[in-house]
Design a protein around this ligand. Structure first.
Ligand code: MG
Length: 259
């Protein structure tokens, strides 16, 4: 099931996306009563996808990210992957939805794309063992851990480099029926492939990451975990369109503009 959040005539709702593939002209959104984190019903209203605007599929209280979780990406950043997961946060204000512009900061010379599998948490949870980790997952989405690489390097910690407004595109919806163990993760810039990996190469897989994070932090419904990016990160410039595609989800495309 594909759960989307959308705006139509000034009203914001959740809905279930119906139809084959990802071409908006083939898709319909069935409106939900309430929100998708509890048993829900349908209002009975159904709209063509072309009549709604998709928004970020959830409003996370926080986006928890794992750094250097693919060996090939750790190598391209100039080192080995650390033994324990590297955890950092992106603020809720960095989250944008499908087709929203990624805004390049005026004072950064280098902004990179990072295509990632996003895990959307379905319920409040703490100290979740890996055997039960997938029980707290609502579903999966595409994420782009956009990074001002010069700010990240200059600061020595990552809050500014990773936390600019618009640096966390997620969407286009949450796919609830997926096994995260072996999903192709791709990034395209203006249609040209830049990253092409698989979650089977995650050093710390989705259950391990949930166990690690919830050992010290409560996760709330709608929180998002970005699981790390495979090799091939590279610069974005104004005028680009960047697309993240994960097996069975997406595409998530965002234009790149100067702020
Ligand atoms: Mg990343």
């Amino acid at each position: 099931m594909r759960i989307a959040r959308y705006a139509r005539n000034g009203e914001v709702s959740f809905g279930v996306v119906e139809g084959p593939g990802a071409d908006p002209s083939d898709l319909v959104v069935a409106a939900l009563e309430g929100h998708p984190f509890a048993p829900f019903s349908f209002t009975g209203e159904r709209f063509p996808m072309t009549d709604v605007r998709l928004l970020a599929p959830v409003l996370p209280s926080k986006v928890v990210c794992i750094g250097k979780n693919y060996a090939d990406h750790a190598a391209e950043m100039g080192g080995a992957a650390p033994e324990a997961p590297v955890v950092f946060l992106k603020p809720s204000t960095s989250v944008i939805g499908p087709a929203d512009p990624i805004q390049l900061p005026r004072n950064s010379e280098r902004v990179d794309h990072e295509a990632e599998l996003g895990v959307v948490i379905g319920r409040l949870c703490r100290e979740v063992p890996r055997e039960k980790a997938l029980d707290v997952v609502l579903g999966y989405t595409c994420g782009n851990d956009v990074t001002a690489r010069d700010h990240q390097k200059a600061d020595g910690q990552w809050t500014r480099g990773k936390g600019h407004d618009s640096f966390c595109p997620i969407g286009p919806w949450v796919e609830t029926d997926l096994n995260p163990a072996d999903l192709r993760v791709q990034c395209f810039v203006d249609g040209e492939v830049r990253q092409d990996g698989s979650t089977k190469d995650l050093i710390h897989d989705v259950p391990a990451v949930i166990e690690w994070i919830t050992a010290f932090m409560t996760l709330l419904p709608g929180d998002v975990i970005l699981t790390g990016t495979p090799a091939g990160v590279g610069p974005l410039v104004a005028g680009n369109a960047v697309t993240v595609l994960v097996d069975g989800i997406g595409p998530l495309t965002n234009p790149v503009v100067s702020r």
